[in-house]
Design a protein around this ligand. Sequence first.
Ligand SMILES: NC(=O)c1ccc[n+]([C@@H]2O[C@H](COP(=O)([O-])OP(=O)(O)OC[C@H]3O[C@@H](n4cnc5c(N)ncnc54)[C@H](OP(=O)(O)O)[C@@H]3O)[C@@H](O)[C@H]2O)c1
Length: 265
Amino acid sequence: MDLELDGNVALVTASSRGLGNASARALVREGANVVINGRDETTLEEAAADLREEAAGEAEVVAVPGDLTSADDIETLVETPIDRFGRLDHLVTSAGGPPSGPFLETDDEDWYDAYDLLVMSVVRLCRAAAEPLAADGGGTIVNITSRSVKEAIDSLVLSNSVRMSVIGLEKTLSLELAPDVRANAVLPGSHETSRIRDLIEQAIERGEYDSYEEGLADWGASNPLERIGDPMELGNTVAFLSSPKSGYINGQSIVIDGGSGGSNL
Ligand SMILES: NC(=O)c1ccc[n+]([C@@H]2O[C@H](COP(=O)([O-])OP(=O)(O)OC[C@H]3O[C@@H](n4cnc5c(N)ncnc54)[C@H](OP(=O)(O)O)[C@@H]3O)[C@@H](O)[C@H]2O)c1
């Protein structure tokens, strides 16, 4: 299926690795020009080179280093596709993950940091991008959050709590920015990215697993599909939600977890 994204322009945040990177890759494969981001410039440049190879000259990849907790960096991020391509058609928001651990081990600073990273970054990105997205025939927003908004996950109190705000924002934007801009969210279960590798390492430190392989097998074992996800399985969904082929999907939160969630809806 041609997703009709050829020549479009997308900004994908936190995309030097992980789910953001998989989303950028899926968009590039469809011929979209992408602006990617991350804090570490070396990792970001390597990711840009890799995506350019993937694009094989059919799409452009622009790397913009920046911290999503900085309002100034976000302003630069949103200005870049306008300056470079004269338009912005798709915004895909991802970010790093908050630290894991039980509630009684979190302090005020942890909560404010998680709010800054996971919520204020999306607020600022959507506010700055709303007008350019609405121009030139309209656009899309896809917010990458977590299945933790549907079902609380053990030892992830910050994710379980703070991410709910992004869903409230996304649903509101799907009403307020329509019909020019559609807004949806994707709720990943476990996909094998560096984020998951870090969480498994932390679980090893807490004595829950003896090895990475044991942790990975355990995470996969509880899934009906008997494995954790490939990041591209999420990235391809992000590209679909950015495409006119999903033109009547708006204001939805789509779980991509292999069916591991217990909710009927
Ligand atoms: N992977 C999963 O299975 C899974 C499941 C549920 C939810 N999630 C959530 O999905 C999001 C992405 O996870 P992931 O697995 O893709 O993580 P990841 O593999 O660790 O990648 C995170 C990306 O975000 C960038 N980043 C982190 N903090 C940033 C900041 N302050 N400003 C700009 N860029 C930043 C990182 O680059 P730099 O470090 O260089 O900045 C990297 O490119 C996270 O919020 C995570 O909690 C992931």
